[in-house]
Design a protein around this ligand. Structure first.
Ligand code: G1P
Ligand code: ZN
Length: 542
């Protein structure tokens, strides 16, 4: 039976660039999930009888939310839903299913790298038919619908068994419970040389993949230990847990410290990697070397043709503005297009759809390609492995060789979290006011070439995005970038990105902190950082 339940708007259900993200307790309020999912269907047209993908990263409340989504979909006239077994689908795997089965769209439950458990975060995101996150035009309509909602439709049925693969019916809608890994593994087999990867592991190559008790565990076990023959135990923390084992599923040097320490120790295996809560971010560490996401993007792009999926070359490389310019140097050498977009994966979607870019990346550990429309953590790991399998060099040797060829872009991001929002806005305005006077000025040993508040003209849909961050570019190729986070939850988060370009191979062994010291002082002076924020050090350095 289908019921229509009278409801009213919840105050703030505005989805951001990564969907609607709130504390679990907020989502547990009666009617809250129902309202938002009904608002998604209310915002769509022409989906009667169509197929949707539904899955999530396995965090606390995932199963409950999926049962609700199935009931609401059935009551709204959806024809079929494809659901990951156990409610599990990594974000890139969901993107793949949407594309492969040409579904109308998909609903993904995840709060990415945020902590889980009853006191952690939860989230829901709608992806459109190209497999990518809904663009702003769509999320604006969803938001409007959440504000005017008066009723939701729901099938009055018992929970379905999410754990048994197969097909069941709910009020005339087909629910197909699928293996969450199978189609994703097939996609990876089309991109990478699995025979060669098997030979790599058979030759004694060793790696550790830290799944952080999040969604990539089953994917990494099936592909690395299953299909590729890596020894059992290669994947650690491989069982998705509702609270991620009490850890923060964020693959950075703070939260994946154990992996980092192992990779810096005498017992380090050849390769270390990790992924986040929903499987779209990646961390790459070689024996004795952490590869910054910006460098990883550049190295992957430079070597991509070694993998079968990219053997015919890349159409172009796209990076977000704060990501280091290392990838630009690769694009220039290859004579292919390079694109600098505002922060956020959604800006890559148009470039990928239009065939302008093949590989994309962000400094925040997101890397991906045109195989899906989300960033993809395990994809980045497999492309690295494919490159290592062909070159039979260490990660360190590959990066040193890369820097010899292209020069090295030393890079760091300093986050000032939970600072006063007015102080943050004042600091950005203070910088903006100085922009006209900066070009030509000598600051310590560097001369400013240009300075602006970054604006982006989308070459595909011609839309213009302004106010995307203050960029100060120096004549030697170094850069300082300031921007305010769009995802922080408390106060404001100021991000300072510092990059120094160093062509001289003799200096490539410097410590990053030393290489960037002067630029950090310049950034502090120009922005009056300490005085305006009251902080004498960043909260996090990545
Ligand atoms: C952060 C990252 C950005 C990423 C986004 C969503 O956004 O910096 O690269 O796309 O999370 O994962 P920010 O908080 O900087 O706005
Ligand atoms: Zn994520």
């Amino acid at each position: 039976m289908i019921k229509e339940i009278a409801t009213k708007a919840f105050g703030d259900q505005k989805p951001g660039t990564s969907g609607l993200r709130k504390k679990v307790g907020v989502f547990q309020q009666p009617h809250y999930v129902e309202n938002f999912i009904q608002a998604i269907f209310d915002s769509l047209e022409g989906f009667a009888g169509a197929t949707f993908v539904i899955g999530g990263d396995g965090r606390y409340f995932n199963r409950e939310a999926i049962q609700t989504a199935i009931r609401i979909a059935a009551a709204n006239g959806v024809g079929r839903v494809i659901v990951g077994q156990g409610g599990i689908l990594s974000t890139p795997a969901a993107s793949n299913l949407i594309r492969k089965y040409k579904t109308f769209g998909g609903i993904i439950f995840s709060a990415s790298h945020n902590p889980g458990g009853p006191h952690g975060d939860f989230g829901v995101k709608y992806n459109i038919g190209n497999g990518g996150p809904a663009p702003e035009g769509v999320t604006d309509v969803i938001h409007a619908k959440t504000q005017s909602i008066a009723l939701y439709r729901i099938a009055d049925t018992a929970d379905i068994d999410l754990d048994s693969i197969g097909t069941v019916a709910v009020e005339g809608m087909t629910v197909e419970i699928v293996d969450p890994v199978a189609d994703y593994r097939l996609l990876m087999e089309t991109l990478f040389d699995f025979d060669r990867l098997r030979a790599l592991f058979a030759s004694g190559f060793r790696m550790r993949f830290d799944a952080m008790h999040a969604v990539t565990g089953p994917y990494a076990k099936a592909i690395l230990e299953g299909a590729l023959g890596a020894p059992a135990g290669t994947v650690v923390n491989g069982t998705p847990l509702p609270d991620f084992g009490g850890h923060h599923p964020d693959p950075n040097l703070v939260h994946a410290k154990e992996l980092y320490d192992l990779m810096m120790s005498p017992d380090a295996p050849d390769f270390g990697a990790a992924s986040d809560g929903d499987g779209d971010r990646n961390l790459i560490i070689g024996r004795g070397i952490f590869v910054t996401p910006s460098d990883s993007l550049a190295a992957l792009a430079a070597n991509a043709t070694l993998a079968p999926g990219y053997a015919s070359g890349l159409a172009g490389i796209a990076r977000s503005m704060p990501t280091s310019a290392a990838a630009d140097r690769v694009a220039d050498k290859l004579g292919i297009g390079r694109y600098e977009t505002p922060t956020g994966w959604k800006f890559f979607g148009n470039l990928l759809d239009a065939g302008l870019a093949t590989i994309c990346g962000e400094e925040s550990a997101g890397t991906g390609s045109n195989h899906v429309r989300e960033k993809d953590g395990l994809w980045a790991v497999l492309l690295w492995l494919n490159i290592l399998a062909v070159r039979r060099d260490s990660v360190l040797a590959i990066m040193q060789d890369h820097w010899r060829t292209y020069g090295r872009n030393f890079y760091a991001r300093h986050d000032y979290e939970e600072i006063d929002a007015d102080a943050a806005r004042g600091l950005m305005q203070h910088l903006r006011d100085q922009l006209p006077n900066l070009p030509g000025r000598r600051l310590r040993n560097a001369r400013v070439a240009s300075a602006d508040d970054f604006a982006y003209d989308d070459p595909v849909d011609r839309s213009r995005s302004t106010g995307q961050g203050i960029r100060i570019l120096f004549e030697d190729g170094s850069r300082i970038v300031f921007r305010l986070s769009g995802t922080g939850t408390a106060g404001a988060t100021l991000r300072l990105y510092i990059e120094r370009y160093e062509p001289d191979t003799a200096r490539h062994g410097m410590a990053t902190g030393d290489a960037l010291a002067d630029l950090i002082l310049i950034a502090g002076d120009l922005s009056e950082l300490a005085a305006r924020t009251g902080r004498d050090a960043p909260s996090v350095i990545t």
